[in-house]
Design a protein around this ligand. Structure first.
Ligand code: HMG
Ligand code: MG
Length: 301
């Protein structure tokens, strides 16, 4: 019923940190990323080559990429919104990028200052640059279960954008509940609609945990044969253009659940929790992960 193996895409260094007001030294980001690769994470989103006027927290992504220990077999994707970002990512030696679109017109305008179709058109030359450089491209669809500006989002809108991202060459599409309002039944309906157009093997899920629904929604996604789950160590962060939304589901919480289900991830929970504690302390916030806090308190897992 459930996949035997799940790949966790660690997004803490990007999604977790893009929304934090604390200015972190680049060395702290590098240590965090190296702790995550040491924990066994195979995909670690390490930064974003976006406009520093829009997201100043990611302005040092080139320095982050220059400083990390690139572990063999680990992919370190970066977000790119346009050709300028792609050129900067290539310059920094990035070997995998992620383009990001939305299922909601309002969010697309607020987050990347263009319509959904304009964003898809903007990605076409980015894909060409990626192909020429043999760089893999992941795609995101934001607001798959609700929009902070427009409210309800129809599954058909998600399906259309997810399919379009695959059509332009994304190897995988991550479906983002950007504001964390989704619940399990709604998640299943959305995933079934997307699966009519995109095979489950190319779908990832990306839940923010604002209303505490992320693990329940992930369980539904596993039942729907999705086997790639985005998560952030320490459960930090959020999107600057989705006010009030909290961080991603915590990597520690996802690991604790998957370990309990006998699903292999290749990730060491204790080490991931140590990375979560490290970055929370650097920011000056408590660890948001429930499993992380239980481990911190010495409770047996
Ligand atoms: P714009 O203002 O329309 O762009 O922004 P522009 O082309 O007019 O450029 C404006 C200025 O930005 C110019 O500089 C450009 O050179 C510069 P100026 O001439 O004024 O000095 N610029 C750049 N600089 C560095 N890197 C670039 C770049 N592009 C332009 N790549 C733009 C459009 C897309 C650039 C902007 O809206 C932007 O950067 N948005 C990014 C927003 C963002 O990063 N949001 C968070 C990530 S998405 C997310 O969190 C959701 C996700 O987690 C999934 C989920 O949860 O749902 C992925
Ligand atoms: Mg996100």
């Amino acid at each position: 019923m459930y996949p035997a193996q799940v790949r966790i895409v660690e997004v803490g260094p990007r999604d977790g940190l893009q929304n934090e007001s604390a200015h972190l030294p680049v060395e702290t980001k590098i240590t965090f990323i190296d702790m995550l690769s040491d924990a066994g994470l195979q995909t670690i989103e390490a930064g974003a080559f976006v406009s520093p006027k829009w997201v100043p927290q990611m302005a040092d992504s080139d320095k982050v990429f220059a400083g990390i220990q690139r572990k063999a077999g680990v992919s370190y994707p970066a977000l790119v919104p346009n050709e300028k970002g792609m050129a900067a990512a290539l310059e920094a030696g990035v070997r995998e990028v992620a383009v990001f679109a939305a299922a909601s017109e309002d969010f697309s305008q607020k987050n990347i200052n263009c319509s959904i179709d304009e964003s898809l058109a903007r990605f076409v030359p980015v894909m060409e640059m990626a192909r020429a450089a043999d760089v893999r491209v992941r795609g995101y669809v934001s607001c798959v279960l609700g929009c902070p500006y427009g409210g309800n989002v129809a599954p058909a809108a998600v399906t259309r954008v997810a399919r379009a991202l695959v059509d332009i060459g994304c190897y995988e599409v991550s479906l983002g509940d950007t504001i964390g309002t989704g619940t399990p039944v709604k998640t299943r309906a959305m995933l079934r609609a997307v699966k009519d157009a995109v095979p489950a093997a190319q779908i990832a899920v990306h839940f923010h945990d604002t209303y505490g629904q992320a693990l329940a929604n992930i369980l539904v996604a596993l039942e729907e044969r999705v086997s790639v789950v985005d998560a952030a160590a320490g459960g930090l962060g959020g999107c600057p253009y989705a006010k009030g939304a909290t961080g991603n589901v915590a990597t520690e919480d996802v690991l604790y659940m998957l370990n309990g289900m006998g699903i292999a991830t290749g990730v060491d929970l204790a080490k991931a929790a140590a990375a979560g504690r490290y970055i929370a302390a650097a920011i000056g916030k408590p660890v948001a992960s429930r499993a992380g806090r239980a481990l911190q308190a010495g409770l047996k897992g």
